[in-house]
Write a protein that binds this ligand. Structure first.
Ligand code: OGA
Ligand code: NI
Length: 336
């Protein structure tokens, strides 16, 4: 049975949302009731500068990963043009006629996540999320299933290939800094994540306008299973992160990349880096889109607190297991 897309529901002209999208009162949120605090904004222009200047930036990255588990970076080396092209090919896909998008439908119930999707399973409260998405593997090239990627617009593949390569450079820089901040050898953290086998997955999130945004959620509160997630969005704000008991709305900064620490970095660092709890809001009259790239170890990589970071006084806080097993347990809500 074909899934009813949130985009189709939104486009049908209703003025109140179907009941499965209505959140229990304690989960409801608007951008206005978040605090005015801001997540750290870090300028990477002088990241490799000698002396104090470079050191200061590297320390900002380490402490943001530790205190917040999320930060935004500018001057990261990816051009504004490339980010714009990434956004326009993604938008063009979602602007295609519905029938054409359906030819890319995934089959998440059978475990085939790649392609065009909508989460159908309700959560324990019977709720659904106000979002459709397109998901595909991005890196390394050997794990891509290019036949799944949108053929329209025709530049989709080329642009995403270019973005994936550019983003890997940013990721490598950040991992190196985060490795050294933990007191590890420079390459230590990257190696623990699988070295050159580290993977990236692209999820293009599409949040249609919602007639009752104050009752719904885009994605409900979660931490990412990845090691790190690198995200860009269009100009419509909506991402919120949880910090010290409050929700903080992430400001839109043109061309910034939002860096989330995910579960695998929290585990490897034995809790030093924090996997950030976050959620997203929807808007009454605007489409919100975001491009989340999940950076993950390969499935068979065993992830546990790094030996160099544990001792008698700092016992391991997490059990080691393969990334595949971690995902299985998290999706099925089993104890880790
Ligand atoms: C996600 C996510 C937030 C956003 O896809 O995991 O948290 O801003 N997205 O779209
Ligand atoms: Ni997320």
């Amino acid at each position: 049975m074909a899934a009813v897309r949130v985009q189709s529901i939104a486009g049908s002209g209703l003025t109140s949302i179907p009941s499965e999208f209505i959140r229990p009162v304690h989960e409801r949120a608007t951008i206005d009731d978040s605090t005015n605090a801001q997540i750290p904004l870090i300028d990477l222009a002088d990241l490799d500068a000698p002396g104090y200047r470079g050191e200061e930036i590297r320390a900002q990255i380490g402490s943001a990963a530790r205190e917040w588990g999320i930060f935004q970076v500018v001057n990261h080396g990816i051009s504004e043009q490339l980010i714009q092209r990434l956004q326009s090919v993604g938008k063009e896909f979602f602007d295609l006629p519905q029938e054409e998008k359906e030819s890319y439908a995934n089959d998440s119930l059978s475990g085939v996540m790649e392609g065009y999707g909508t989460r159908l399973a309700r959560n324990l409260n019977g709720n659904r999320e106000w979002i459709d998405y397109f998901f595909h593997m991005l890196w390394p090239p050997s794990i891509r299933n290019l036949h799944v990627w949108p053929k329209c617009p025709s530049s989709y593949t080329e642009v995403n290939d270019e973005y994936g390569r550019a983003l890997l450079q940013v990721l490598n820089k950040l991992i190196l800094v985060l490795s050294i901040y933990l007191g590890l050898k420079g390459g230590g953290l990257k190696e623990a994540l699988g070295g050159e086998d580290l993977e990236m997955e692209m999820k293009v999130n599409y949040y249609p306008p919602c007639p009752q945004p104050e009752l719904a959620l885009g994605v409900e509160a979660h931490t990412d299973m990845s090691a790190m997630t690198l995200l860009v969005s269009n100009q419509v704000p909506g991402l919120q992160v949880h910090k010290d008991g409050h929700w903080v709305t992430v400001d839109y900064i043109p061309n910034a990349i939002i860096v989330h620490i995910g579960d695998q970095l929290e585990i490897l660092s034995n809790g030093k880096y924090k996997s950030v709890l976050h959620r997203s809001m929807v808007s009454k009259d605007k489409v919100r889109m975001s491009w989340a790239v999940f950076c993950t170890p390969p499935n068979n990589k065993v992830i546990g607190p790094m030996k160099e970071l544990t001792n008698e006084d700092n016992p391991p806080l997490f059990n080691a297991k393969t990334y595949e097993e971690f995902k299985y347990r998290k999706i099925n809500k089993l104890e880790q």
